[in-house]
Design a protein around this ligand. Sequence first.
Ligand code: ATP
Length: 241
Amino acid sequence: MLLEIKNLYVKYGNIEALHGISFTVDKGEIVTLIGSNGAGKTTTLHAITRVPPPEGSKVSGGDILYDGKSILNVSAHSIVADYHIALAPEGRHIFGNLTVEENLKLATYSRKDDAARKKDYERVYDLFPKMAERRYQRSETLSGGEQQMLSVSRAIMTACDFILLDEPSMGLSPLLMYDMFRVLKKLNEEGMTILLIEQNANLALKFAHRGYVLDTGEIVARGSAKDLLNNPDVKKAYLGG
Ligand code: ATP
């Protein structure tokens, strides 16, 4: 397996947000972590990417293995540059005072391969024609949905082969949501491994191969996306009955 989260505990000060969770993601898979507000989904992504939330969180137990090696003490920079794991945070975390293209350029700062970088601009603009259209626009003036697209585009520009998506459906109209997930599916078909966190469990489970349900810092259900969609407890609690 590519990513293995082993009995992971995370704390904010004295408050424990993750109480020993374990899950895996295989190469080429789409795995989703679903759960309601405050379940610990974002905390999990930050623990993997070493990107601390403003107040800071701390791994207090367990391990995170990537390709069999612990990445717990790897820097946020190295996670992107050496391990090719990228986080696409909620769209509002882009650099609002920079243009779309400047945001994309920043994401490539550790890359040296000019030709491949140029190709990736074309790839992003091809996947998200809206980004090409808006390339000289200041990002803070983009719509919420366009900001989500930019967040995913930025991750692609890092040359990642594993992408962690934090609620990519947030703020998207049904049509744009369909578009976003079509693009994500295409990325996966081209070889990208995906860990998706979503509050929209229905959407996530229709898209993913496997899923885990996180409830107040614990994994309470796991299985193929199909099994979870048919699980009566999951249906009742997360899929609107
Ligand atoms: P949402 O879907 O609402 O974003 P989530 O599943 O991503 O929720 P987290 O943001 O990971 O949940 O939060 C998990 C728990 O950790 C919550 O109880 C939350 O209040 C707490 N928490 C998150 N960030 C901080 C922080 N910076 N300081 C203190 N506690 C925090």
